[in-house]
Design a protein around this ligand. Structure first.
Ligand SMILES: Nc1ncnc2c1ncn2[C@@H]1O[C@H](COP(=O)(O)OP(=O)(O)OP(=O)(O)O)[C@@H](O)[C@H]1O
Length: 310
């Protein structure tokens, strides 16, 4: 897939604090690439360096298309983590102003703005001042402003924060739709369920350093052990003795068995003892949310991942 953004060897310090260290990844046409990590990990610093809001101490950032040519900055869309639009300006005026900053034709921008306002349930707000909108409505306007000029590369820093579930779905559908139509998307988010649903590849950062980089499938195969959920009245101590069970969490009649990394699912199920009571059984890999917590809290896993991915 065609690379639109390449980040190589980024380092950035604030006084004596190194915020990011040797960060390298790329973002490709038509994909959603997630940048993840705990609070303070260095995601926004990485994004701000990409956007030229600050400059790295070391490393390079290249916007390019297939011919090796640079993408002009006006082909990039950006939704910053800090929300904010001019408060006393009307919705349509601010959208046209943002499009104009990107050298986008104003008649086309107006047409697209109307369509997007309708899509985001903001029809009729064209002449409303931004300060009269709710926080979520303002966020929708800012999101529309970041995509109105048909960017080739779209960078979204926490686009879902503060949105209600219906608005989250709207954002999610639009982001997926943009990627399906060829936009390269770099997305920072703490909503692991949404990231898991949406992203093609991910880059996880911890203490300013890469801990995971790869496709969602690769990451799941590498880090997501299986877990087996059994509904039935069972003794936890008995379940803990089953081969390759690392630990058991039990609540009422539901037991979750966390399994060792190298199990073979069919073989493991066949070898379950006959005395296990099963009304319902589910075997699946742990979620991205659980992988995230493991990595953010488990020093050994972090060390292994860092070494493997170095
Ligand atoms: N302007 C700044 N001056 C000094 N330190 C900074 C500055 N910006 C960020 N930092 C520090 O750099 C580190 C990374 O911060 P950054 O905002 O990139 O994290 P983040 O991953 O985006 O976190 P969050 O999920 O909380 O938004 C933190 O230790 C932070 O305190």
């Amino acid at each position: 897939m065609e690379k639109l953004l390449t980040v190589e060897g980024l380092n950035k310090s604030f006084k004596d604090k190194q915020a990011i260290r040797n960060i390298s990844f790329d973002v490709r046409k038509g994909e959603i690439m997630a940048i993840l990590g705990p609070n303070g990990a260095g995601k926004s610093t990485t994004i701000r360096n990409i956007m030229g809001i600050m400059y790295p101490d070391e490393g390079s950032i290249t916007f390019h298309n297939n011919n090796g040519k640079e993408i002009p900055r006006h082909k990039i869309g950006y939704l910053p983590e800090e929300r904010g639009l001019y408060k006393n300006v009307k919705v349509m005026d601010i959208l046209l102003y943002l499009a104009d900053l990107k050298d986008y034709p104003l008649d086309k921008a107006k047409e697209r703005a109307k369509q997007y306002l309708q899509k985001f349930d903001l029809e009729g707000t064209e002449n409303v001042a931004v300060e009269e909108l709710s926080k979520g409505m303002g966020q929708k306007v800012q999101f529309i402003g970041s995509i109105l000029h048909e960017p080739e590369l779209l960078i979204l820093d926490e686009p879902f924060s503060g949105l209600d579930p219906v608005s989250q779905e709207l954002f999610k559908d639009e982001i997926r739709h943009l990627a399906d139509n060829g936009t390269a998307i770099l997305l920072s988010s703490h909503q692991m369920n949404l990231v898991e649903e949406m992203c093609d590849r991910l880059f996880m950062i911890q203490n300013g350093q890469k801990v995971i980089y790869g496709t969602l499938d690769d990451v799941k195969t590498e880090y997501a052990n299986f877990k087996c959920t059994i509904h039935g009245n069972n003794d936890a101590a008995m379940l803990e003795k089953i081969s390759q069970v690392q630990r058991v969490e039990q609540k009422d009649d539901t037991s979750i068995l966390f399994l060792e990394k190298d199990i073979q699912p069919t073989k493991w199920i066949k070898e379950l003892p006959e005395n296990v009571v099963i009304n319902e059984l589910k075997l699946n890999r742990i979620s991205l949310h659980e992988i995230f917590i493991d990595i953010a809290t488990n020093k050994n896993l972090l060390k292994e991942a860092g070494e493997e991915n170095a």
